[in-house]
Design a protein around this ligand. Sequence first.
Ligand SMILES: Cc1cc2nc3c(=O)[nH]c(=O)nc-3n(C[C@H](O)[C@H](O)[C@H](O)COP(=O)(O)O)c2cc1C
Length: 191
Amino acid sequence: MRAKTFESRGDTNVKKMLVVYYSRSGFTGAVARRIARDCHADLLSIKDVKPRSGALGYLRSSLEAAMHWGSAIRKISLHGDYGLVVIGTPVWFWNISSPVRGFIRLHRPALKRVAFFCTYGGSGATKVLGDMAVLCGCKAVATLALRDDEIQKDMGGTKLVDFASQLNRLVEQPTRERAPRAGGAETFAHS
Ligand SMILES: Cc1cc2nc3c(=O)[nH]c(=O)nc-3n(C[C@H](O)[C@H](O)[C@H](O)COP(=O)(O)O)c2cc1C
């Protein structure tokens, strides 16, 4: 599967952003599409190999998440040198969803600079955001957790707007840039 490209960023010095997500019932997908639109990012949906609908799909999802299993996902090629990869997961049984766990395990070497978001019913978001950092092996530059009722009300309102603005600022900042300092000396700016 290839990333769907939104309107590309005009400035060639600006590194591209990818939003990658899994969604079983639509909440995470809706948030991912909004972030991709507001950040002019590429968008990639993680797809199951086996269907996951109905009560059996719910039970299987809970079990996989509780056991920390990464489920089989359709093949994804990460094209492009992304300056920032934003990963979105629903919370399942107080854990990362198994398709997102599978994705991170497969693509960890390409996940050098990351931001996370999760959607949830009411509990487990903080733990899941922490677990994602451990799984990726790097700290997120930004995180967002949105409950289903916040998404239904106004797509997370200012929380989502602020997150997207933060991502836009971060992607415009080179990770390690030489900047001349007053007085002629040079310094390194870190993001
Ligand atoms: C198998 C399963 C387990 C879930 N476990 C939790 C949970 O532990 N805590 C929580 O707050 N919500 C839980 N939820 C609710 C989802 O996190 C929430 O509805 C999320 O927004 C769904 O995202 P999606 O529509 O993109 O699939 C669970 C949902 C499913 C399907």
